[in-house]
Design a protein. Structure first.
Length: 413
């Protein structure tokens, strides 16, 4: 039923909003505690076991914060655990992955020119890479290689580069970036769920039992927290990249993703150094700008968007839309009102790549995006923006009727 498309889109919107809310909560608390930890001051007279303190002012009040490397002599009655921000962010993100990329695998996940597989196979590959990635990462961290933090970070960077390349050999460019972000975010959230929180609970349990906690627990948790600190900004870039086809829809997208991780390091290094009161390394912004310029160059010179330009076959799922009686008029409307922007080589001044990577030139491309056309231009006036191409109400009704009639006929699930 066509009503399902509307309900599904609203569900996607709700889960996306939840993901943004929880992500803000997690990233906000993470950035705050990193800044707090680096800015602690030491002075004579601190309580026994206290490592440092910080005075802060916010919202008209003063806050006096003290950090204990292990724990205070007397355990407090109440402890606030910062964990659900991470868990909720990952769960809502995984829900988005299912709603957009698994349910819409034929459109958003699978690119037959890259790897022609069925929807179930593509989903299994996706899940195996995400959860298998955590196992590989955790194994490396716990191996002898993990004893040297710098050596470990360099090795993990090359793992990320390898994953960036690997994903572009499996999925669409858009899905490759999203999966690299999901892969990295899973590592971050699993660090909290599998290492940081369990280690903290072991420390608390040991103190309650009157035992001396194992210092290795804190060291391990600190290492994983540092990794999360440097991975946060690249994950944000990758999650937002679906709005920028020049990032994911190019021949060198995996190199672009690799450079984004370096930019995350340079930006966080500036913040971390400033928060630790160890100077003002402004050179990091110059390096970041240079890296971004290289990314811009890779995305446009040469201008090679994903796909080889060959005419694509219409799938069995898409065939009903193409076979519909109204399709010739629908195609004429799309080509006349939408394709000046949604083309491999857009003709609209100022647009050098199709918005969100959506191309509407062939029968297959129009049929593949039937639901989006229906929602964006048929049932709403979201497209074209400001109705710059002058689409009429009659043409909008045509687009809506085309989709609704095809779906209502029971030939499209």
């Amino acid at each position: 039923m066509y009503e399902f498309a509307i309900a599904w889109d609203w569900m996607s919107f709700a889960v996306r909003w939840l993901h943004v809310i929880t992500g803000i909560a997690w990233i906000g608390s993470s950035f705050y505690f990193v800044a707090l930890d680096l800015g602690l001051r030491q002075r004579p007279g601190l309580p026994v076991g206290a490592y440092g303190e910080e005075w802060q002012v916010h919202g008209g009040g003063f806050y006096h914060i003290q950090k204990y490397l292990v724990a205070p002599e007397q355990m407090p009655e109440h402890l606030t655990w910062f964990k659900w921000e991470s868990y909720a962010t990952w769960l809502s993100g995984f829900a988005m992955l299912c709603i957009v990329y698994y349910a819409g695998a034929d459109l958003y996940l699978i690119d037959p020119h890259v790897l022609d597989v069925s929807r179930p196979v593509a989903i299994v590959i996706s899940l195996a890479s995400i959860f298998g990635g955590w196992i590989i990462y955790d194994t490396i961290c716990k191996s002898p290689l993990g004893r040297n933090d710098t050596q470990l970070m360099v090795l993990l960077y090359f793992v990320l580069v390898g994953m960036a390349w690997g994903y572009t050999q499996l999925f669409t460019g858009r899905a490759a970036f999203l999966h690299l972000g999901a892969f990295t975010a899973t590592i971050m959230s699993a660090n909290v769920f599998m290492i940081i929180i369990p280690n903290q609970k072991k420390v608390v349990a040991a103190l309650i039992a009157g035992k001396v906690p194992d210092p290795a627990l804190g060291k391990q948790a600190k290492q994983r927290s540092t990794h999360n600190n440097y991975l946060t900004l690249p994950v944000l870039f990758l999650m937002l990249s679906n709005h920028y086809p020049l990032a994911f829809g190019t021949k060198y997208n995996w190199i672009i993703a690799s450079l984004v991780f370096l930019m995350g390091v340079t930006i966080r290094h500036w913040f971390n150094t400033r928060h630790a009161r160890k100077g003002d390394p402004t050179w990091t912004w110059l390096v970041t700008a240079i890296l971004f310029i290289i990314i811009m160059w890779l995305s446009t010179v040469p201008k090679i968007l994903s796909g080889d330009g060959a005419e694509e076959k219409v799938s069995a799922v898409q065939q009903p839309f193409v076979s519909a009686e109204a399709f010739p008029k629908v195609k004429d409307t799309i080509l006349g009102r939408c394709s000046m922007c949604h083309a491999k080589e857009p003709g609209w001044e100022g647009i050098i790549a199709p918005p969100k990577g959506v191309v509407l030139e062939t029968d297959r491309e129009i049929a593949a995006h039937a639901r989006e056309i229906y929602l964006q231009a048929g049932r709403s006036h979201a497209m074209p923006p400001a109705n710059v191409s002058g689409i009429t109400d009659e043409e909008r009704r045509l687009l809506a009727s085309w989709y609704e009639t095809t779906v209502q006929g029971g030939t499209v699930q």
